[in-house]
Design a protein around this ligand. Sequence first.
Ligand SMILES: NC(=O)c1ccc[n+]([C@@H]2O[C@H](COP(=O)([O-])OP(=O)(O)OC[C@H]3O[C@@H](n4cnc5c(N)ncnc54)[C@H](OP(=O)(O)O)[C@@H]3O)[C@@H](O)[C@H]2O)c1
Length: 304
Amino acid sequence: MRVLVTGAKGMLGSALLPSLLPEHQAVGVDLTDFDIGEGAAVQKAFLELRPDFVAHLAAYTDVDGSEANPQRAEAINAVGTWNVAGACADIGAAMLYVSTDYVFDGRQERAYREDDCPHPVSVYGRTKLRGEQHVQSLVARHFIVRTSWLYGPQGKNFVATILKLAREREELRVVSDQRGSPTYTRHLALKLAQLLWTEAYGIYHVTGTGECSWFEFAQAIVRSGGYERVRVAPIASHDSGRLATRPVNSVLENRRLLQINLGTLPHWTEGLAQYIEEGRRSGEFAILEPDHPEGSLKSEVTGL
Ligand SMILES: NC(=O)c1ccc[n+]([C@@H]2O[C@H](COP(=O)([O-])OP(=O)(O)OC[C@H]3O[C@@H](n4cnc5c(N)ncnc54)[C@H](OP(=O)(O)O)[C@@H]3O)[C@@H](O)[C@H]2O)c1
């Protein structure tokens, strides 16, 4: 199958492309090729490339930036997805759209199921939800995959940030009243590649197994990186100084994956161990080499 991946140079895109090979003829495009906000450019590219399947990952993923610049979030996440979905419909391609836990408000006690009613509390969440709605209205053969708390190579992510700060600071203050499921991009990419074969279209929740708070996630990262001297202190969301409201409960039940016997992703702690090991080998993280052991700086960190 000819598969086109948008956002191919991003954190998830760079994990997805290799996982599609050699079974598929996979091509990646990114902002350097065309802007998904420009309908004519999207249409032209799709007519030339003629994919059978489009994995649409390109997005404006800056959650706080979306509050400050809602027009940009709308132009890329909602209008951009409208353009991609419309171009898929024109050439008869099936489509996978990667969406987010931030389409929910997080007030529910239990984990969110695929058929729970979305109610986003941020600009980013609202624009991603509009993207979902455009895909549903324009492309009959579609997958919508909601995932959460991504980390992996080639991306600005929470794990890399915590490891960097752990080298420089003696205390990190991290939000403890938001819970979710960290998801390793390589694990997610493999599942997306499997899902693509099934033709069991619809909405899926696909996240790492297990759940934690950002605070617990940071504690695990600091431990795995070997920074026992670094103290991780819990703080409340309202003390984090972030612009966007984030769901308190972001945990997604991966119900439909089990229903179609595709199995869930490994536990997030396994993903973390794998990512840190790979980073150590590739030199991406200078782990176990704290360069400011006596530093007295503090840092406040939240997730995505
Ligand atoms: N990261 C998470 O924790 C998370 C959680 C849930 C869902 N998701 C979703 O998962 C998908 C992949 O996320 P990610 O973390 O891999 O994102 P990412 O690293 O920010 O990658 C997004 C890619 O899209 C490109 N892009 C941005 N605007 C574009 C435009 N107007 N036209 C064409 N390309 C454009 C970016 O290029 P530039 O870098 O040049 O701007 C980047 O390469 C997104 O749809 C996101 O909403 C992410």
